[in-house]
Write a protein that binds this ligand. Structure first.
Ligand code: ADP
Length: 442
């Protein structure tokens, strides 16, 4: 600044002094004044340009002058550049944050200090049926129209979470959502949503399962307790005692089968799927099941004074199944035993084998009562029975088909059921060909 003033004074002196020598002091003063005026106008013009540039600063500012204004301009330009870089870095960071929230499996809604939607990720939009653009600045309670949420929102401190039913645009069935509100910043709110449909389903299944198991165990226990009390309190003859003991033995067998099936199920659920190392001979397996089925049919025929079933087994393919022998045995025997148990005496049970493009199918067809279509999808649920007393009378636990389905899934296969009321049923095991190998004879 000081140098600029000195330069100006020297310039005025260099011009005014010769004028003073040549034309006198008045002319010198006028020329000095003119020079100062020109200088002042030049400064105002430069200031004007600088001001205009500052109003909309561009990064590449190249003024056609030198001196103080250029220094100021360059310094401002440097500052603008630095601020611009900083702003870019912040924007990048903000984008990363938003992308991270977008990638979250949970829904996130940022609300302003009036609880209006500021931003939401796609998951939240899907959960709550929001449109991130259209619904901006809408009050959250106007869009999440659930009384439970409205009550939760109205609380002073939002502790815990609430669960609401939601029917979003993309999913037709009702979903269970857990919603949580958190305060942040200066009175702003963060709304988190989590889809807990599967967790709620699993929870309900677990509760049902425990209730079912308790019920199944309590029934024979009550009966056993009754017999024990009778034996203790009433004097009975040896024949009557024998009769009661026999009835007690039936109940304890029932409990034993139930516990055995429960253990099998929990082992199936808690272990890895069987590998393909073990070779299970299908003819041997079917032979074993066949002789058990004959024994069961004979027992039922003796108990009910009827005629045995006709048990027809087609020629078994000479193949091995690759998997866990005990599991596969229980899958096949459950189907054949069920066919014998649910088909009236004298009826037909027919076991056939068929190869499709991708599986070897073992079918168990019976001439039993058949199953109404509404029961078919639920048959392999644990403890689902159509005729509870028939299942109990024949020693059923209600877990056989659940075990069979599980076993087949663990082997990459499938349990398929076809049936028509009054026309018998066909239960099929589809074993993938990748787990079927021909038997080699030495
Ligand atoms: P359970 O021990 O009761 O037999 P399962 O899981 O093996 O249990 O079978 C479930 C239900 O499916 C049975 O209670 C019965 O109502 C029905 N069911 C199974 N197999 C047959 C069949 N071959 N014919 C008719 N109903 C059957």
């Amino acid at each position: 600044m000081f140098i600029a003033v000195l330069e100006l004074l020297i310039a005025v002196g260099l011009i005014a002094f010769p004028v003073w020598l040549w034309a006198g002091s008045l002319a010198a003063s006028l020329s000095a004044l003119m020079l100062l005026l020109i200088y002042a106008f030049a400064q105002i013009w430069k200031l004007e340009r600088l001001e205009r540039w500052l109003a909309a600063p561009q990064l590449h500012f190249d003024p056609p002058w030198k001196g103080n204004w250029l220094d100021v301009a360059l310094r401002v330009q440097r500052l603008v550049k630095q601020l611009d870089l900083k702003a870019q870095a912040h924007e990048k960071k903000l984008n990363y944050f938003l992308q991270a929230i977008q990638a979250s499996p949970n829904g996130v809604v940022l609300l302003d200090d009036h609880a209006r939607i500021d931003w939401c990720n796609n998951t939240a939009a899907d959960h709550l049926g929001l449109d991130p653009q259209r619904d901006r600045l809408q009050h959250i309670v106007h869009l999440v129209r659930d009384p439970v949420f409205a009550r939760y929102f109205a609380q002073e401190s939002h502790q815990g979470e609430v669960v609401i039913d939601s029917r979003s645009l993309s999913v037709s069935q009702v979903r269970k959502l857990s919603l949580q509100l958190h305060t942040y910043g200066d009175g702003r709110l963060l709304l988190l949503s989590r889809d807990i449909t599967e967790i709620a389903k699993a929870d309900a299944m677990r509760r049902d399962f425990v209730a079912n198991v308790s019920h199944e165990i309590r029934t024979p226990l009550t009966v056993l307790g009754g017999f024990v009390e009778t034996l203790q309190s009433i004097p009975l003859g040896p024949d009557e005692i024998k009769h009661y003991l026999q009835l007690m033995s039936v109940q304890s067998d029932r409990m034993q089968s139930l516990v055995a099936d429960l253990l099998t199920l929990s082992q199936l659920e808690g272990s890895q799927s069987p590998g393909v190392q073990e070779e299970v001979s299908l003819p041997d397996l079917v032979n074993q099941v066949m002789s058990d089925a004959h024994a069961l049919s004979e027992l039922l025929a003796n108990q009910n004074q009827g005629r045995k079933h006709a048990l027809v087994f087609d020629r078994v393919p000479m193949v091995n199944w690759l998997g866990a022998k005990s599991e596969l045995m229980s899958a096949v025997s459950n189907l054949v035993n069920n066919a014998v148990r649910y088909t009236p005496l004298g009826g037909l049970v027919h076991v056939t084998f068929q190869q499709t493009n991708d599986a070897l199918v073992l079918s168990v067809k019976d001439t039993g009562p058949g199953i109404a279509p509404e029961h078919l999808p639920r048959l392999s649920e644990r403890f689902y029975r159509i005729d509870r007393s028939r299942s109990r009378d024949t020693g059923g636990t209600g877990l056989g088909l659940a075990i069979t389905k599980h076993v087949m899934q663990r082997h990459g296969g499938e349990l398929r059921i076809e049936s028509e009321l009054g026309k018998g049923s066909t239960f099929m095991l589809l074993m993938p060909l990748s787990r079927v190998t021909p038997q080699t004879h030495e």
